[in-house]
Design a protein around this ligand. Structure first.
Ligand SMILES: Nc1nc2c(ncn2[C@@H]2O[C@H](COP(=O)(O)OP(=O)(O)OP(=O)(O)O)[C@@H](O)[C@H]2O)c(=O)[nH]1
Length: 223
């Protein structure tokens, strides 16, 4: 069986339709899928190796369902995550409130998980500035308050997407180096340190969604 070692678990969180799957698609496959929007069911997993200096770091990315009906399930996926990309849609103020909800969750339950606040669909506001509902500085202030990095991205154009995940991998690498030098040895007690080794069988089991007309071969349980 083909096994893959994942260095850092990354979880995508945010309200439904903010563009989590599109971010992952852009990053992993460098594409933007058009067509009718289909919500994620459960979660999907994908791994990508990324060069950081002279090292290769493999990010294991969990793309969770944003629908509130899957909220309990999303909690399972952020457990042990080293990084969380908390997304909000720059054109939807309610999605920013939802992002704040996930930040609070992470702060309460996964204190060692680094947070990346991500405003999505920046191409839309580039075309029409009146569509912006979350001021850049408000989001930036919030990010600073919670000690998070802040990005505005577009999966449609690819703007800032690589930069976001590159930063995730670099930060992970830096923390790993600090481990080795003993600077953050107390983190060894954190549950997220456990080895993340996935087999191809796990891939098959964890792909439980139907998006953009693609399926894992199983019909979704509901729409
Ligand atoms: N213009 C534009 N549209 C986007 C962008 N990202 C996503 N979308 C659109 O927004 C809709 C939702 O995108 P998804 O990536 O499926 O959103 P999601 O957060 O994974 O949604 P859930 O699976 O329900 O949690 C789709 O119609 C996408 O085409 C973007 O950067 N620009």
């Amino acid at each position: 069986m083909c096994a893959m070692r994942v260095d850092a678990k990354v979880v995508m969180l945010g309200k439904e339709s903010v563009g989590k799957t599109s971010l992952v698609e852009r990053y992993v496959h460098n594409r933007f899928l058009v067509g009718p929007y289909q919500n994620t069911i459960g979660a999907a997993f994908v791994a990508k190796a990324i060069q950081v200096g002279d090292k290769v770091i493999t990010l294991g990315i969990w793309d969770t369902a944003g629908s509130e009906r899957y909220e309990a399930m999303s909690r399972i996926y952020y457990r042990g995550a080293r990084a969380a990309v908390v997304c909000y849609d720059l054109t939807d103020s309610s999605s920013f409130q939802r992002a704040k909800f996930w930040v609070k969750e992470l702060q309460n339950c996964e204190e060692h998980c680094k947070i990346y606040l991500c405003g999505t669909k920046s191409d839309l506001i580039q075309g029409d500035r009146s569509l912006r509902q979350i001021d850049f500085h408000d989001a930036q202030d919030f990010a600073e308050e919670i000690g998070a990095q802040h990005f505005e991205t577009s999966s449609k154009t690819g703007n800032n997407v690589d930069e976001l995940f590159q930063k995730v991998a670099e930060d992970y690498n830096e923390t790993a180096l600090q481990f080795m030098s003993g600077e953050v040895s107390m983190l060894l007690k954190a549950p997220c340190i456990s080895s993340n080794v996935f087999s191809m069988g796990d891939f098959a089991l964890t792909f439980r969604r139907c998006k953009h007309g693609k399926t894992d071969g199983k019909p979704p349980s509901h729409t």
